[in-house]
Design a protein around this ligand. Structure first.
Ligand code: MN
Length: 388
């Protein structure tokens, strides 16, 4: 019931994606604590309809306006407000009763709604890492200005966040992000020439959406995550290390100035970091499968291979260069991933094109919001030209 004010009112932006659907499961399992205020999706109208009928939110919004009538008609017997268009998603995020906004949409499209939610003083559970990649400085300034906390949902950043709990201002020496290495970890350069998008979509450990699965295979996901970590935890690029840990049980680590390393471990299941963001600083009992040291008795670690997976070096380059470079990196990547998913370019070509774009794009040292919008648009055009 909407007037039980003690229930946390949650808006899920991107409710039909992998994170969105898992967040709804977390909320179902804890329905005395949480209530869905708003659900938004971009294209998957049928699933959005099912979710709206099941969770009975105050409002729903669909990004693609072509689906508006179908959505409106399907929910006409319920008192749910229905909106359409990208702007409506950004507006939904700022509705007064919402306590927390889970940003689980894909890519650059998350930027505007996240900014609106922060300006409206909403707590952010951040799953859309591209927001911080594209405009980390702007987002962090806004969040500070509006006294809004950003709680990480990405498993690595949730792990670091959990390792930092109780540490007060103890200085961090470095953050160690773990990477599974993806499905192509052991492939040779020659084999990588011929891998297909279907192979890339088979991740060994994590169940995720198509975009982030391709990014995982190419290590761009880890590249984005180092940039995300820089902004979330206020460390410098030299303090961020990536280590490949194929078992994906250690989700990331923090090394403090005394040399002590803290790690967070668990089964690879996104429901845990989602729930932790919702309940922080508390922990709630779950029935998720537990890690068993008798089943997995060996943890291994290796250095990421920056020759086969160049995207990670491009991300370090963009992070160190700063300004609009991470925004350039993201826009180029969104375009090449789409082309790879449609089998228009090969796996290694994604990195070739990204490198070209990083060299060609105009550098803006201190971008404002409009500069990010312009950079994103221009880079998409440049990248599409290179794909032709
Ligand atoms: Mn991650």
């Amino acid at each position: 019931m909407k007037n039980e004010i003690q229930k946390k009112q949650i808006a899920i932006l991107g409710s039909t994606g992998s994170i969105g659907t898992q967040a709804l499961e977390v909320i179902s399992e804890n329905d005395s604590l949480f209530e869905i205020y708003a659900l938004t999706a971009n294209n998957q109208v049928d699933l959005l309809i099912d979710q709206a009928r099941k969770y009975n939110p105050e409002m729903v919004a669909i990004g693609n306006e072509a689906h508006y009538l179908q959505l409106k008609n399907a929910l006409s017997d319920l008192p749910i407000k229905v909106f359409a268009g990208a702007d409506s998603i950004a507006q939904v995020a700022e509705m007064q009763p919402i306590d927390m906004v889970l940003t689980a949409m894909v890519g650059y499209s998350g930027l505007k709604p996240t900014m609106n939610a922060i300006k409206a003083g909403k707590k952010i559970a951040l799953a859309n890492k591209e927001t911080l990649v594209v405009a980390g400085e702007l987002i962090c300034e806004l969040a500070a200005q509006h006294h809004v906390s950003i709680l990480p949902v990405d498993s690595e950043h949730s792990a670091i966040f959990q390792c930092l709990a109780g540490e007060g201002n103890n200085p961090i020496e470095k953050l160690i992000l773990t990477a599974s290495g993806g499905p192509f970890r052991t492939k040779t350069m020659n084999e990588l020439e011929h891998v297909t998008s279907a192979q890339a979509l088979k991740h060994p450990n994590w169940e995720m959406g198509a975009k982030v699965t391709i990014d995982s295979a190419s290590l761009m996901n880890k590249g984005f995550e180092i940039i995300e970590a820089k902004w979330l935890f206020g460390v410098s690029p030299e303090q961020i290390e990536v280590v490949v840990h194929p078992q994906s049980i250690i989700h990331s680590m923090v090394q403090f100035v005394d040399g002590s390393i803290k790690a967070q471990l668990g089964m690879p299941d996104m429901k845990l970091p989602i729930q932790y963001a919702f309940t922080y600083p508390e922990r709630l009992k779950t029935n998720f499968p537990r890690f068993d040291f008798n089943v997995c008795s060996q943890f291994t670690f290796e250095r990421p291979d920056l020759e086969r997976f160049r995207n990670l070096s491009y991300a370090y380059y963009a992070m160190e260069k700063g300004g609009n470079m991470p925004c350039v990196l993201n826009a180029a990547n969104e375009v090449v991933v789409e082309a790879f998913l449609k089998d228009k370019i090969g796996f290694l070509q994604m990195s070739d094109i990204i490198e070209d774009v990083l060299m060609k794009a105009e550098f803006v040292a201190k971008p404002n919001y409009d500069d990010y919008v312009k950079t994103d648009e221009l880079v998409r055009v440049i990248t599409r030209e290179l794909i032709k």
